[in-house]
Design a binder for this molecule. Structure first.
Ligand SMILES: O=C(O)C(=O)C[C@]1(C(=O)O)C=C[C@@H](O)C=C1
Length: 364
């Protein structure tokens, strides 16, 4: 995959790459006024929803093509660049006709390979940056697949947008961040710039600063933040949009991290600490291997005596005591509980395999 760096996406190269603007273009005046107010804040590219995929019918579904004319005139008047969402080849055609600078594929489109392929096919021969939001379900391969389809159409300026994942669980977030997914995407596709969308993860404006800072701590390349001149009156996603003043405050206190440094004393110290982590992980894995050897011994013994693998009383003791030990060592209790559950699951697998080994099965 031949991917060009984020610096080539637009005329402004400030970092982090910030895309901001209203969730939806509602009126020409609302769009112009919002963009005018945020233009001075170091925004790289403006955004505005033109076609809005909504969960239920009868919600505001965007103005459609007329809004593209407003965007074109705002672009001219303020000399700014614009990103919009496209969900089918007709949207792509309209967007290109109206000189849109960046396109993004929304989370509800990324889930469908047919839709993504149609959009990718309509982009053949076009040179425009395309951002791909994560699919609404936590399926990394689907996200990668969408990126590959767009790359396959010859697009060289591709980015990924992390907007969080739908979940049944009660949560303070509208969409669960599931940080391990974008982190794994970055490991597998390090050349793809990663943009965070704290607005859609939060669903609530008070959480946006913390999420944005976390994204920069994780070395994200940019942020997409929804801003409305009067957020409470917004026609869509009112709760998650910030005012231009709030956006200014957020940008002012955001701490941008450098990706890395060649500074010798930093590198030496880091190398030393990483060496110690290597050693510590080795010991950890040796300890786990020892535990599994013991579990195997118990498995053999249980088999000889035809005793069940799962022992609820002992498991309860193990679970509670390890949680306490972890606490006394200053470890996060949720982490310790997850770790102990993982170890126990491995024990059950190991002993079930021992119990059901074919050659020892006298009935066969
Ligand atoms: O104590 C046992 O019986 C074991 O086999 C060990 C072990 C564990 O992993 O700690 C595994 C399975 C049981 O459900 C309880 C505990």
């Amino acid at each position: 995959m031949d991917i060009k760096p984020i610096e080539t996406w637009g005329s402004k190269t400030n970092k982090p790459f910030i895309i901001s603007g209203p969730c939806s273009a509602e009126t020409e005046d609302q769009l112009l006024d919002t963009c005018k107010q945020i233009k001075q804040l170091g925004i790289n590219v403006m955004r505005a929803g033109v076609w809005k995929p909504r969960t239920r019918p009868n919600s505001f579904e965007g103005i459609g093509t007329e809004a593209l004319q407003w965007i074109e005139s705002v672009k001219k008047e303020l000399n700014v660049e614009f990103a919009i969402e496209v969900a089918n080849p007709q949207h792509v055609e309209e967007a290109l006709k109206h000189n849109i600078d960046i396109l993004w594929i929304g989370a509800r489109s990324t889930v469908n390979p047919f839709t993504v392929q149609d959009i990718a096919d309509s982009l053949k021969g076009v040179d425009i940056p395309v951002l791909i939001k994560n699919p609404i379900n936590p399926d990394l391969a689907l996200w990668q697949g969408a990126i590959e389809r767009v790359a396959g159409a010859g697009i060289e300026r591709i980015g990924a947008i992390h907007r969080g994942f739908s979940s049944f669980q009660q949560s303070k977030f509208r969409n669960e961040p599931m940080w391990q997914l974008p982190i794994e995407l970055k490991r597998l596709m390090p050349q793809i710039p990663l943009i965070g969308d704290p607005s859609h993860i939060a669903g609530e404006r008070d959480l946006i600063y913390d999420l944005s800072q976390k994204m920069l701590d994780l070395n994200y390349d940019g942020l997409m933040i929804e801003t409305h001149r009067d957020p409470n009156q917004a026609w869509s996603d009112a709760k998650q949009q910030v005012s231009p003043q709030q956006l200014k405050d957020i940008i002012q206190i955001l701490n941008t991290r450098i990706p890395n440094t060649d500074d010798e004393s930093f590198t030496n110290k880091l190398e030393d600490l990483r060496g110690r982590i290597d050693q510590s992980d080795r010991e950890l894995l040796e300890a786990i291997a020892n535990r599994i050897r013991l579990v195997e011994k118990i498995g053999d013994y249980k088999k000889e005596n035809n005793v069940a693998v799962f022992q609820v009383k002992r498991w309860d003791e193990v679970y509670k005591s390890r949680e306490k030990w972890g606490e006394s060592l200053g470890l996060n209790s949720d982490f310790v509980k997850e770790l102990v559950k993982l170890l126990h699951t491995e024990s059950i697998k190991t002993q079930t395999r021992i119990m059901n080994k074919k050659e020892d099965n006298h009935d066969s």
